[in-house]
Design a protein around this ligand. Structure first.
Ligand code: HEC
Length: 176
């Protein structure tokens, strides 16, 4: 009799444990489902806010452009002031030279051919300069710096530069 009772209690206990286990799984499932819902909500939320973000990016872009415009305006104003000062100074005014001369020659011969490291070019005739350049290029007249520089230039450019330098004296006088 005792054995039978013990067996019934054991079965009941096992059944209860099983039921608890089952309900635990249900709870887990509910948890998982609510997590999934939460995730999808986040997605929907993001989808909804995406266009709003784009809009603010566009407006940010617009204000950036405004800022750049403002900065450009200020820079222009400064440039104008600087130019006005330069004009006032007067005596440092230089005549305009070609970009080629400015880039390749002015560092040594001066912005207006006045001479720095290299000799003064202003006052030389176009013919003289052209001959000098040809002599440097061919090596008849040996100068490492001038040779290296001119070896990369074609005859048309030499002629152009010679013709321009030939006008320096006249332009310089006109400035005074
Ligand atoms: C890195 C410096 C340097 C640069 C850049 C340079 N020169 Fe010279 N140049 C010299 C020097 C130094 C001499 C003197 C060489 C000598 O007499 O042997 C010279 C000599 C000359 C002479 C001969 C002047 C004279 O009265 O004897 C002419 C012309 C000349 N350069 C033209 C040019 C031209 C044009 C350019 C640009 C394409 C140029 N140079 C670029 C340094 C330079």
């Amino acid at each position: 009799m005792k054995h039978i009772l013990a067996a019934i209690v054991t079965i009941l206990a096992l059944g209860a444990m099983f039921m608890i286990y089952q309900s635990d799984r249900e709870v887990n499932k509910v948890g998982e489902i609510s997590k999934m819902i939460a995730k999808s909500e986040i997605k929907v939320h993001l989808d909804n806010t995406a266009p709003v973000q784009e809009e603010s990016a566009a407006s940010r872009e617009a204000s950036k452009a405004d800022l750049e415009k403002e900065q450009e305006k200020k820079k222009k104003e400064l440039d104008e002031k600087l130019q006005a000062l330069k004009n006032k100074a007067g005596n440092v005014a230089a005549f305009k030279v070609s970009p080629l001369y400015k880039q390749k020659c002015s560092s040594c011969h001066g912005v207006n051919g006045g001479g720095i490291i290299g000799p003064k070019l202003r006052g030389l005739s176009a013919e003289t300069v052209y001959k000098d350049l040809g002599d440097f290029k061919s090596g008849v007249r040996k100068n490492y710096v001038m040779y290296g520089l001119l070896s990369k230039m074609n005859d048309g450019q030499l002629k152009e530069l010679a013709d321009e330098i030939g006008t320096f004296e006249q332009k310089y006088k006109a400035q005074q």
